[in-house]
Design a protein. Sequence first.
Length: 141
Amino acid sequence: MAKKTDIRIMNTQTLSKKPSPKLLREYVMRADAVFKMRVPVRIFKDESAYVAHCPIFDVVSQGKSESEARKNITEALSLFIETCYSNGTLATVLKQCGFKRGPDVVIRTKDLCLDKNHTLITVPLPLLMQQNSRLQECRNV
């Protein structure tokens, strides 16, 4: 599975004058990262709704339409992953679900072996660095 990380930190060279140390700390301490994973999801029509199921994490959601079910399963998976991250159990959950470190190569969607009933969806996990994070400690090491 390909990993895509987008980390943005303000470039202080674009400032017209030298920033104050306080302002510089505020800019340096603000960063975000967005990790994305693509997982298979099966969407099917039930008696009264469209049901979306991700077999890897065993997460289920539904909607009045197929597109609403897709949107809802994406949100449910994002919240599931975010909760695992917040609880410090993300690595354990990923290992238990069969994930392992893979080669640093991009796998095209058409190369994946999915049965005809599943489609891949992208699940984002946005992370914001807190103002009082360990960044300063890391830079001083």
